[in-house]
Design a protein around this ligand. Sequence first.
Ligand SMILES: [Zn+2]
Length: 313
Amino acid sequence: MPVSQLLGWGIHVLDTGFQRTDMAACYVLRQGQDICIIETGTKDTVPLILDFLANENIALEQVKYVAVTHVHLDHAGGAGLLMQALPKAKLLVHPLGARHMMDPAKLQAGATAVYGKAEFEKTYGDLLPIAEERILVAGDEFNIQLEDRTLTFIDTPGHARHHFCIYDDLSKGFFTGDTFGLAYQELTTENGPFIFPTTTPVQFDPDALKASIQRMIAFAPERMFLTHFGMVEAPKKLAERLMQQIDVLVNIAEKHRDDTSRVSAINSELMAYLLAELDTHGCQLSVTEQRGVLASDVLLNAQGLDVWLSRTT
Ligand SMILES: [Zn+2]
């Protein structure tokens, strides 16, 4: 995908530049004079967003809202830095994520523990706090207006408890963060997008995730805007697929509950499962290329399933 693309309905998708191209997106919604940015990427995404606004002749004061679907750092790592550049914007965040945006020390410590200090500093830098008066806590069914357009925030736990998805009445679509899985464009074939769930540590909850997917489908959406990556249509069929796959992932995890090297066993089996599914899906990439696209998420999924197993003993 080019660095940014107009999808329609005043929605632009931008590549955040996180890890590789077409890995993580953010969205800019424009309705008349009002702008809302959904997802911030990391500190390195902020200049890309500001360049985009300048190229579109959007004044920084026009940005009324910045929304982060949850506070994982590929979605919200750049929020503090971005808010410093946008004088009028309010940050919309889930009730359980708000304190981490005001005081990111705990997020920073958690991520440093996972990635190590050097990698954390390179990828995420210092997370900047956001003043309380600039934060709008968006509980379930909270909504905002962009001129005559309504965005509604729906509490969607399962990937993370601090996760909301955003329904846009104009596009009849949800901005799904990580609740409606991952669908990388390289893996799309004539059979459509290749979607699979994400079970990143540490709050994966399969029953909650399924309920959140069902709840979104109850809105009869016509499309979903995934952070990883881009727009997918005909979401009902994809939802069925995700529901089945959540069960498959849980079964794979359960099978390895008593293994000594549980993460690596789950990682291998999960990769083998997805490669077989990709073959059925008609993917023409080489197996090495497929592994390249999947590897980091498969490992995160294995780590998240491991944490879930520990929680459910
Ligand atoms: Zn993510």
